[in-house]
Design a protein around this ligand. Structure first.
Ligand code: ZN
Length: 130
């Protein structure tokens, strides 16, 4: 299951790396400054199709959120991910908590809530997912 809208929200709001509005120089620099976006267009195409990293399906990728919150400039932050007895993964980030079927999704949602994204915005991103 891909959740590109939620991946994009995570890139923009948690990592502070918005979708590029410029054209990459194909073959040279295909990533956004924060590395959250990659241009996936064929080098021969004029269109630049920026895709967010798969934060919601890769714990490796979602870990960028943990690194963001571990930045001393963010202040003291509580972080944990645990597998609960109900079979769900529970992620705590600061005062926010999310329970999901995978650790990556739980971490992404907890990070989004922790930076002030509302549950409604998260639900909207999931509903309109492709
Ligand atoms: Zn491009």
């Amino acid at each position: 299951m891909t959740n590109r809208k939620l991946d994009a929200l995570f890139a923009e709001r948690v990592l502070g790396d918005p979708k590029p509005d410029w054209q990459c120089k194909h073959n040279l620099e295909r990533s956004s400054p924060g590395r959250a976006w990659v241009c996936v267009s064929d080098p021969n195409e004029c269109e630049h199709d920026w895709r967010p990293a798969k934060f919601t399906t890769s714990l490796d990728a979602a870990w960028a959120g943990v690194e963001k919150f571990n930045d001393p400039r963010m202040g003291v932050t509580t972080l944990s991910i645990e597998h609960t007895s109900t079979g769900k993964w529970r992620a705590y980030v600061s005062d926010s908590v999310a329970r999901e079927s995978t650790p990556a999704l739980a971490l992404v949602k907890a990070c989004l809530l922790a930076v002030g994204v509302t549950q409604e915005e998260i639900d909207a991103a999931i509903d309109s997912s492709i």
